[in-house]
Design a protein around this ligand. Structure first.
Ligand SMILES: Nc1nc2c([nH]c(=O)n2[C@H]2C[C@H](O)[C@@H](COP(=O)(O)OP(=O)(O)OP(=O)(O)O)O2)c(=O)[nH]1
Ligand SMILES: [Mg+2]
Length: 149
């Protein structure tokens, strides 16, 4: 048997176990097909990068409940579970944790989007997404969104 590996190890990948953190995210699409990005504020990890709205699940919370809560807290809008369509997920090892991020699509919400936590918000066309640097976990999602929209 050859020792050659079909899938070589990714360099610099930590070998010890990483805590798995679940973050729910939503790709909000407006009537013109633009997508909402939020900029991570100064003082947070990955500050300045653009992300899909959402956040970490609290104990006992489903991804859908977490998004309903986060979008109210962060964007001042109301959404319902029925308007959250499971779309894809990201699974990515950062240095200190492994991110598991279920991503939903949402085209309907109540209220006007407003950044309640001082974060910059931007409605972006799919072809412009490349101009907004995103966390590494998000990079594979861009092609999936482009294929879908
Ligand atoms: N909401 C969101 N988070 C993302 C995306 N991509 C990505 O790597 N993340 C990471 C950044 C954070 O580590 C985590 C989001 O959790 P959070 O928004 O509740 O985190 P936080 O800023 O309160 O806390 P932290 O980053 O200081 O740990 O997931 C994304 O598209 N949307
Ligand atoms: Mg958040």
């Amino acid at each position: 048997m050859s020792e050659d590996k079909l899938c070589p190890d990714i360099p610099n990948r930590p070998t010890g176990p990483l805590p798995v953190i679940t973050v729910a995210a939503v790709i909000m699409v407006d009537i013109d097909g633009r997508i909402l990005l939020a900029q991570r504020p100064e003082g947070k990890s990955m500050a300045g990068l653009w992300e899909f709205p959402g956040g970490k699940l609290e104990d006992g919370e489903t991804p859908e409940r977490a998004l309903i809560r986060e979008l109210k807290e962060e964007l001042n809008i109301d959404i319902t579970e029925a308007c959250l369509a499971p779309f894809t997920f990201a699974s990515h090892s950062y240095e200190k944790f492994h991110l598991l991020m279920p991503c939903f699509l949402c085209r309907r919400w109540d209220g006007i989007v407003r950044g309640l936590e001082g974060q910059a918000l931007k409605w972006v066309r799919i072809n412009e997404l490349k101009d907004y640097p995103m966390p590494p976990a998000d990079e594979p999602l861009i092609a999936m969104i482009r294929d879908f929209l």
